[in-house]
Design a protein around this ligand. Structure first.
Ligand SMILES: Cc1cc2nc3c(=O)[nH]c(=O)nc-3n(C[C@H](O)[C@H](O)[C@H](O)COP(=O)(O)O)c2cc1C
Length: 237
């Protein structure tokens, strides 16, 4: 007997945080991976952070945690600030993949700026008892030239789980080359090496397949609606 299988529309957002924007190897791998995603009904978008006017966090949280609200005070006041595109992009997506190059063993400055501005979404839960990020799958793409990706992945996974994201198994793709100072062949190598590209393509596809399994009921099409335990506990207090 043929059973009806619902395939609701999925939305995947990539946020590329390389300082070199669309010229970067980080963007190249993210775009290549997104282009290869196989899914019957998916909407894809890549936000190139370096193309946006993003004001750094002003750390209102540190004055008084209650001042860190969503929409962020900067977003409310400064119409030129474009962080809203990232807030809305995340809130409207089922899957969010962040990509970053490694700079001195850490994620990029743009990734850090976005993390600090996203404090308003995390704070909505931890201080204002309002769960805004839920039932969303996250993935990571990290690119370097010689070392440091495990540290970067660990640090970003820590932030994203605090934000309320769900990770699939093998939630990141990362590549670094050799320990030398010659970056001039990296792009050529990445473009020609299907094994490198394959890791990033697999990561993107894996997040989509996982989202299909976890976010929607195959029989009825209903979307997962799981509230974080912390919120339920606070409601009971
Ligand atoms: C200031 C700076 C620091 C870097 N530090 C590291 C590092 O600690 N580890 C590493 O593997 N690569 C490091 N790199 C190399 C970049 O991560 C690598 O070239 C990467 O491909 C750049 O990504 P992009 O093409 O997206 O700009 C560094 C590059 C720059 C510009």
């Amino acid at each position: 007997m043929n059973r009806l299988i619902f395939m609701p529309r999925l939305r995947i957002l990539g946020i590329c945080t390389s300082g070199r924007g669309k010229e970067s190897n980080t963007y190249y791998l993210m775009k290549t991976a997104f282009d290869q995603i196989i899914d019957e009904d998916i909407e894809k978008e890549i936000i190139v952070a370096s193309e946006l006017n993003l004001r750094p966090c002003e750390h209102h949280y540190s004055i008084n945690a209650k001042m860190c609200v969503h929409p962020c005070l900067i977003t409310q006041i400064d119409k030129k600030d474009e962080m809203k595109k990232i807030y809305d992009g995340i809130l409207l997506s089922d899957i969010v993949i962040f990509s970053t190059p490694i700079y001195w063993g850490n994620h990029s400055h743009l990734m850090q700026l976005i993390i600090e501005r996203l404090n308003s979404l995390e704070n909505a839960n931890s201080v204002h008892n309002q769960v805004l990020i839920k039932n969303k799958i996250a993935g990571l793409m990290v690119l370097g030239h010689e070392d440091g990706y495990q540290h970067v992945v660990g640090s970003l996974m820590n932030f994203l789980t605090a934000l309320g994201m769900i990770f699939p198994p093998y939630a990141y793709a990362a590549w670094v080359g050799e320990s030398n100072e010659d970056t001039s062949h990296d792009r050529d190598r990445i473009e020609k090496d299907n094994r490198i590209k394959g890791m990033f393509i697999d990561l993107a596809q894996n997040t989509v397949d996982f989202a299909r399994h976890v976010l929607f009921c195959k029989k009825c099409g209903n979307k997962l609606d799981y509230e974080h335990l912390s919120k339920i506990k606070r409601t009971l207090d």
